[in-house]
Design a protein around this ligand. Sequence first.
Ligand code: ADP
Ligand code: MG
Length: 618
Amino acid sequence: MPTFSIDLKEGKLVKNSDLIVGIDLGTTNSLVAYMKDGAAVAVKDPDGKSALVPSIVHFLPEGGVLVGDEAKEKLVSDPRHTIYSVKRLMGKSYRDVKGFEQYFGYQIIDEDTESLVKIRVKDRFYTPIELSAEILKALKARIEGVLEQPVSKAVITVPAYFNDAQRQATRDAGKLAGLDVLRIVNEPTAASLAYGIGLHPDDNQVIAVYDLGGGTFDISILRIEQGVFEVLSTNGDTFLGGDDFDRVIMDFWADQNADLRSLLETDKGLRQEMRLLAESAKKQLSSSDWFEGRVGERHLEISAQQFETLIQPFVDRTIDACRSALRDAGLQASDIQHVIMVGGSTRTPLVKRSVAAFFGREVNDSLNPDEVVALGAAIQADVLAGNQKDLLLIDITPLSLGIETMGGLMDVILPRNSKVPARVGRSYTTSVDGQRNLKVAVYQGERDLVAHNRKLGEFILRGIPPMPAGLPKIEIHFILDADGILRVRAKELRSGVEQEVEMRSQYGISEEEMALMLIDSIQNAQSDMAARALLEARNEARSVLLATDRFLIQNAELFSPEEKAQITAIAGELDAAVQGEDKDLINKVLEDLNTYSAPLAHRALEANVAQALKGNKV
Ligand code: ADP
Ligand code: MG
């Protein structure tokens, strides 16, 4: 039920509805969509051109951040303070990204190889969660501006391959941005919803969703039956996407210009400029067969054919993943009734051709591949709001979940590709006589030894009454909710001793850390605002000083020596104030100068008009 409240400041009635928005928080681009008159629409920028907000955050020298297109412009001029592709770092430890650091123009910090990576900007360290929160804040502000009402509830999408830590991190970013994240949804599930497939109860089919974005590739096989979406299998690569296409074009140009390679290694600004040029080349080659451009003095060119040869290995890798996904689902290419194309990189003709050839059918690309995920997220939000009652969504776990048993072995409790929500229990016992405590260590992954898998967390079940080894009956339950977030419960059945924990992995952040980050960001917001106000006052003062100089020179003969001396004195005061840090002083002197010079300006204007009129008569 929508409620109404009065906005006192404006005195107008604002709708305070229960709107839930859909957000595609992408590696390269993010966007927000909502349901308008029964249809999902993506929210465009104020000029109505594009709904895409580049997932880029730039830190201004004087404090504060820019997000989106404005931040993208800083990639070339100030790469060290401009953070892109942060989604690649979500929920990752430094070890996870080791070897890939050179693809980031900014500094990634190796604080302690086991912990969450941090990004260094000037003398502060930011987590990928904080940076993603900046992007989410920008999206929130964008939709609030369009709808003229506060928005606080959202559904956010993630690649199907995101593990628990990455999902947690995404949820935390939402929280930090002031959003209540009602559901984390897999991107392919959202894409299929956007195509309306499965919205009719007798719509029964099996589809493939091929999503090639800027930084991630996902292939998902979905079965849709009577309004139920079931992900049969997923496969993909979190380090494969359009960024790689850009990179091979850059390498191609560097190979042709021997001196470029060494320059690129040392000059990060040049690297970014080349990166952007390579991206425009790639985009142009989606609809023409030749590209030429310049970087500084250098002429650079590439043909569509050369480009296709360069990216063939990447495209082949995506096709291999499609093959594996089909195999996991126990299906053949001919069983697939629709192939949905998602992500900006599916505009590349070689990609479309190869996917169509592999599945032996025309691909479905009628919707804007950049927007489908956000549109589907908005539809999912609508389902959660209770507006589409018949729809049920079932996802699956991308990786196996289990616990460590004797000898460091992984004992899988929930195998990969299990449907969620899920609840599975299994019995264990102790290995030592009189054992009172039992460590339950939870891992995610497909390897037999836990050391090779990812640890999600551990806890100790305490207070087991002393019994001979093998006698206690300990039941471990895994409860996986619809977001793919895991709770683990351990219970010793003979004594009733019990413990349950939510697996906030070592890569996630705790409530306390979250609170600290919030306080921190509020404090910074205040100092950022003060810094911005000072900067604005200085800018204003500098331009008034320039105008005053010009004014005095142009109208020298109109003013008395005292008047000129007075203006020069106030201008001198303003000049001194600009050197200082006191924005109130700058504004005060600025006002003094305006007050004093207003009548003089008026006199000058009249004299000039009279002069012009006289001129006309002659
Ligand atoms: P993500 O899901 O990773 O945020 P998107 O779906 O927004 O990514 O896709 C971004 C990628 O799509 C970028 O690598 C971009 O260069 C690429 N892209 C956008 N338009 C085109 C085009 N016309 N041809 C080829 N690639 C494109
Ligand atoms: Mg995407």
